[in-house]
Structure formats: C-alpha cells, structure tokens
Design a protein around this ligand. Structure first.
Ligand SMILES: [Fe+2]
Length: 439
C-alpha cells in the first residue's frame, strides 16, 4: 500500500469512527438519565448498556488487541459481554451510570484516535485495510440501529427528529423477470465484509420473478382487510401458532382508526403512508402475505442476484446501482429520515434489472436460514456469526432507513428470529414462472 493510500485510509477510519459516534450521541444525548437506564422492552437493552458496550468492544479490539495498550477499564468486560447476559437481564446489572458510561466511551475513543496513526494497516488479517477499525465502525452503527429500534419502543415525548424522505419520482410496480443461470454471490474482495459474506462463489439460480418494489402499507392493509390474519390457510403451521399466541392483528405500532390505520413512529402517530414499504412485520407475517398474494418470499440468492447481477457484463456489482459507495440519491440509509420512503423515491438506486429500493428503507425478509457459504471461515471469532448458523434464524437483506452505509452492502447479511418485528423489517415477494411464461 502506498503511503498516500495509507494516509487516506487512516483519515477515512477516523472520519467513520467520528460519524458513528455523532450518531450514538444523537441517540443518547436527548434522552433523560432515567430513560437511558430503564428497559423500554424486554427485547431490548437499556440504552446505557448499548452505549458502554460500544465502548467496551472498541476497547477490547482496538485498544487492547490491535493497539497492545493497557486496558482503560479491566473491571467491566463481563458486564458488557453480550453472550453472558440476555437483553432482558441487563437492566438488573450494576451498569455504569450514564455520565460514567459517556466518560468511558470517550476515554476509549481518545486512545483509539491516538493509535490510528501508529498501527500498521497491513500484516495481520485483522489489520489489513483497517479491518478491525471497519469492524468496530460497523459494530457501533449496528448498535445505533438497535438503539433506534429501542427509541421506537420508548414511551413519552418524542426526542428524535428528521426531515421527511423524498417523494416518489417514478411509477414502480409489478414484477421483474430475473434470468436463470449462475451469478457470483458473496465477496472475497470487499475489505470490510464480515466473515459470513465470504467467500465469493458461483450460485446457480432458476428463473424467477421478483417484485420491483417492497410490499407497501396499502398492499399490506388489503391483506388485513381481506381477513389475512383470520385465515390459517395463508400461514405456515409455526406462523399460525405464533399469530394466535402473540395475538398478531397488524404490523407492530399500527392501530385501527375506523376504516383506516395509523402508525406510531418515534412517539408521533400519523396515518400510514400508503405507498411506503410496510415495516415492523415478522417473517411469519411476510410469509402469510406472500402466500395470500399467490407468491412466496425470495431466497437469499434470489435477493442478491436481483440486487447485484449485471446481465450486460455478467458480473456482480457491489450495490444495485454500481460499485460506488451509497450516496443520498441512491438509498434511504443512515437515519437521514425516520421512516421508509415511498416506492419510486430512489430511481438512481435501481438495479440493472430494474428492481428498486433493495438497499435502504426496510430490511427484507428472505426465506433462507443463516448458513456459511462454501469455504466459510469464522473471523475474527466464532461468535461473530457461526454460532447463529442453523434453522432458528431467517436472513434479512438490504438494510433499512436506520442502517448506516458502513454497515450495508449488496452482500451484507442480517438475521433474526422469525417472530421478531421490533426491527425495521419489511419484505418483497417472489414467485416461480408459470409454465410457458418465460418462453
Ligand atoms: Fe455488540
């Protein structure tokens, strides 16, 4: 790596760390101390846990491992180990109070900014292209999205604000025919890609149709109005059991108001936006809607092929629009807005096949379980993703309005339990061609 390139990389790492920290502050500074400490849902950690956990991971990986420095605090690792304490148990732990947590994360950050200029960004795999720093940037941004989901569950006066997303620029509807054949899935070259995105490998896909846009609030409301939640035939067995046990009747945060629906978003209640992607639905709800619509959810390879495959060159792009990092005109990312944008709002972000809004707006449920790609190697530790492989989870793709661009790629894989919907989850449908349909 040339020294000029190394210098550019160092400034980018510092800028990305700073951007993540500004966002963390925007999610914690406007919140009163007792609200930072209190659990807002058994599904979520108190915000003050996320805050100190962000600093603790940064200390473990960057200060101690990469930097070889003395611990900032050696006494709190256990408290902030996500594998030692379930989210519901975290409020009862002797957590650092807000002021102490803030002091801790900034002490850690000062040490990190100091060592960014000194560690070689080559040699160990953890250092190559600044991977460990990129991993910590993504980690903080991922927790920021989790904290944003906590804000969505928080009661009381609103504390978050953002401008409305762009309006629809083009009409987008119907389905896109995706050709069968091989494409390259995953990546071996994206420097900050996580272990589960690697390595790049060829996948053969049968021809299929994919919705040009995510399923909208209007479409989802039609499913409800048609008795979608009353008829077990649209639901899988496990899905129906969950629908009944949990009493699901509509997406989380929706409320019926006569013939129409309102949704509460970060403390503000307003009519649902008909043309915006539905959000806060679980995998089982997505699956039931798809069956009602005569379709199914896409598999993970189907989602990724539609997002990355360029039929003109036969290669897979980093993003639907090409290889450039996401810009504002491409996708609704990074908490610039606090809701999904209406369908058609991001024509510049469409894939070569003409599929819109694959990146940003809402995470999209796929029908796939989380598994390792052929040749998978856990890195830098098994708990990053390998321990989650198997039938318990479903993969979500594409990122949401609450996902930062540093934690979102055409190859990025998220996963969660099929019953979860406090996350910013939506979906789009796919289907097999009917006989003769593709000539
Ligand atoms: Fe974490």
């Amino acid at each position: 790596m040339s020294s000029q390139h190394t210098e550019q990389l160092r400034s980018r790492l510092a800028a990305d760390l700073e951007r993540a920290r500004a966002r963390t502050a925007s999610l914690t500074d406007p919140v009163e101390d007792d609200d930072l400490v209190r659990p807002h849902s058994p599904l979520m950690s108190p915000l003050v846990w996320d805050l100190a956990h962000i600093g603790n991971q940064e200390e473990l990986w960057l200060v101690r491992d990469v930097g070889g420095r003395e611990p900032v605090r050696a006494d709190i690792d256990e408290l902030y180990d996500a594998f030692k304490h379930a989210r519901a148990d975290r409020p009862a732990l002797p957590l650092l109070p807000p002021a102490e947590a803030r002091r801790y994360v900034s002490q850690v950050r000062d040490k990190v900014l100091d060592l960014i200029d000194q560690v070689p960004l080559t040699g160990r795999p953890l250092l190559t292209d600044g991977f460990a720093f990129g991993m910590i940037v993504q980690h903080e941004q991922q927790h920021d999205e989790t904290m944003l989901a906590t804000h969505q569950l928080r009661r009381g006066a609103p504390v978050l604000d953002a401008p409305a997303p762009p309006s629809s620029q083009v009409e987008v509807s119907g389905e896109i025919a995706v050709p069968g054949g091989p494409f390259t899935m995953g990546t071996s070259t994206e420097p900050w890609a996580l272990d589960n995105e690697r390595p790049a490998h060829q996948v053969e896909v049968e021809p299929y149709f994919l919705d040009a846009a995510p399923v909208t609030n209007r479409q989802y409301a039609e499913f409800i109005a048609d008795g979608g939640y009353d008829q077990s035939r649209w639901w899988s067995e496990a899905g129906w059991r969950h629908r009944v046990d949990a009493g699901l009747e509509a997406p989380l945060h929706w409320r019926q108001d006569g013939d129409s629906w309102t949704a509460t978003t970060f403390g503000r209640t307003a009519p649902i936006v008909p043309d915006a992607p539905v959000v806060h639905v679980c995998f089982f709800e997505a699956e039931a809607y798809a069956r009602w619509a005569g379709k199914r959810l896409p598999t993970e390879p189907e989602w990724e092929k539609a997002a990355r495959f360029d039929p003109a060159t036969g290669r897979s792009r980093r993003y639907p629009w090409g290889d450039d990092d996401p810009q504002e005109q491409h996708a609704n990312l990074g908490q610039r807005h606090l809701i999904p944008a209406p369908v058609g709002a991001y024509p510049a972000g469409a894939s070569p096949l003409g599929v819109h809004q694959l990146i940003g707006d809402v995470w999209e449920w796929t029908s796939s379980e989380l598994t390792g790609y052929p040749g998978f190697r856990a890195f830098p530790y098994q708990e990053y993703s390998e321990v989650f492989f198997g039938p318990s989870y479903r993969v979500l793709r594409g990122g949401s309005f609450g996902t930062d661009r540093a934690a979102c790629r055409g190859t990025f894989r998220n996963w969660d339990y099929p019953i979860r919907r406090q996350i910013f989850s939506g979906f789009r449908c796919a289907r097999d061609p009917r006989p003769g349909e593709l000539g």
